[in-house]
Design a protein around this ligand. Structure first.
Ligand code: GLY
Ligand code: MN
Length: 439
């Protein structure tokens, strides 16, 4: 199916989901604001613009501040597009592409000109970042919680168009990852590796779906490491890169870990690779995602035990909480328009929550998997100084501290793929894109 047909089917699904959500919550129409480029405090410089995810669910526009989608069930959706007369900045180009045929498009020059175009929408729910000026625009309610829950719930299952966008995002991300790996092997600094990633993926920093994590050596122990050291370290030990890309607003989220030389840490990466692939194979319709997370703990505990890092059995390593010292985050999350996509805890369209298992507060997804869900699978094993210190009193005698000291300079390991749940075998978007790049 070509992209135009995929999009047309996607839009039909978005309309049907919206019809159901509006009906369930007692609204007759919807107005989605794309957002505004906010200015920094006491300054005339804007923060990077990040479009409202509800807006980009309808249209493939990510750089469109002050625009609107309006929708009434049964009617054609409308796009109100702001194209300012501006000689300081380059005005955005008018929307183009096959998708525009599905919309009634109004072009205005000033954001306030949207007000009369929005007047008269019956019992209209507003979705977006609320601004005081909208008080007089006639909306029935801003961001009704019940409506948001009903709109978020079905987003877990991607349409074929969304999967196609995510495959394209993945291809860009993989190009970046391969360039980053080569830069690491050539002795580059974190900063240089980051630049190599941007160049190869074709993204500016602001276009990335989340800030790249580019960590050499011990920096890999910082889960969301945010710096880019300009000098290459004296000794190259390891490299962890967690970096994504996007296509039409849909993200990929990929992590790889490399050792500079084979040896103890390289063997740990190999063991974690086996763990990660076994977990990816569990992405099946009907599976409780929280069980994959709990199984990840058991498998990582086995790696810790076989490597001699801990002396307890795998079951006891999990039961006593020792595995949390080395793997202190969730095994993954929903992925799509947002990197940590919405509705990970919902067990019904009204947003009724299923919390993460006791003792696992960082798990972001507790839903039962269904065909179309895209999840990340990202087990990790780290040597995190503050967590190891905290653990000393309770678990100290079960940890081989000499081993920990040897491995600390390597920081840690995370391997992350993006996996589609289907009716049968899972589709691993990430592995497929790495394989295609190697052909
Ligand atoms: N890639 C960043 C995260 O999943 O938190
Ligand atoms: Mn992730």
């Amino acid at each position: 199916m070509n992209e135009a047909q995929l999009y047309s089917d996607h839009l039909r699904t978005v309309c049907a989901r919206t019809d159901a959500a509006l009906a369930a919550c007692g609204f007759e129409s919807l107005a989605i604001h794309s957002g505004r480029a906010a200015l920094q405090f006491l300054d005339d410089q804007p923060y990077p613009f990040k479009v409202n995810p509800h807006f980009k669910a309808w249209v493939p526009l990510t750089d469109a501040p002050d625009c609107w989608i309006t929708y009434r069930p049964g009617a054609r959706p409308r796009l109100i597009f702001v194209q300012p007369q501006d000689f300081w900045h380059k005005p955005p180009a008018l929307p183009s592409g096959d998708w525009t045929a599905h919309f009634e498009i109004e072009v205005i020059e000033q954001p306030d000109q949207a007000k009369p175009l929005l007047a008269g929408l019956p019992r209209c729910a507003f979705v977006g970042e609320w601004r005081a000026q909208f008080e007089t625009w006639g909306f029935a309610e801003p961001n009704p919680q019940a409506l948001l829950e009903h709109l978020h719930w079905p987003r877990a299952a991607k349409t074929p168009y969304e999967l196609a966008c995510m495959r394209q995002a993945t291809a860009k991300g993989v190009r970046g990852h391969l360039a980053a790996r080569d830069a690491f092997q050539a002795g580059a600094s974190e900063f240089e590796i980051h630049l190599a990633y941007l160049r190869a993926s074709g993204h500016t920093d602001e276009e990335l779906p989340y800030p790249n994590i580019v960590a050499l050596g011990a920096n890999a122990a910082v889960l969301h490491y945010q710096h880019r050291e300009q000098a290459a370290p004296a000794a190259r030990t390891s490299f962890l890169i967690d970096a994504g890309a996007q296509h039409a607003g849909y993200a990929c989220d990929i992590t790889r870990t490399y050792a500079a030389t084979s040896g103890e840490f390289g063997a740990l990466i190999e063991a974690m690779e086996q763990v990660q692939q076994a977990l990816c194979a569990q992405v099946r319709s009907g599976v409780d995602y929280a069980r994959i997370h709990l199984d990840a703990h058991l498998r990582i505990a086995q790696v810790l035990s076989e490597a001699g890092i801990v002396s307890l059995t795998p079951a006891d390593t999990v039961d006593t909480g020792l595995s949390q010292v080395f793997f202190p985050h969730g095994v993954g999350h929903l992925l799509g328009l947002q990197v940590h996509d919405v509705s990970g805890f919902a067990i019904a369209p009204d947003g009724t929550r299923k919390p993460p298992p006791e003792g696992h507060p960082w798990l972001r997804l507790t839903r039962t998997l269904e065909p179309g869900f895209v999840v990340t699978i990202e087990p990790g094993l780290y040597f995190i100084a503050p967590l190891l210190e905290q653990a000393r009193a309770k678990h100290g005698r079960h940890i081989d501290w000499q081993c920990v000291e040897r491995l600390r300079p390597y920081g840690g390991i995370r391997i992350e793929d993006n996996v589609v749940c289907t009716d049968g075998e899972p589709e691993n978007l990430t592995r497929a894109a790495f394989a295609a790049a190697a052909e």
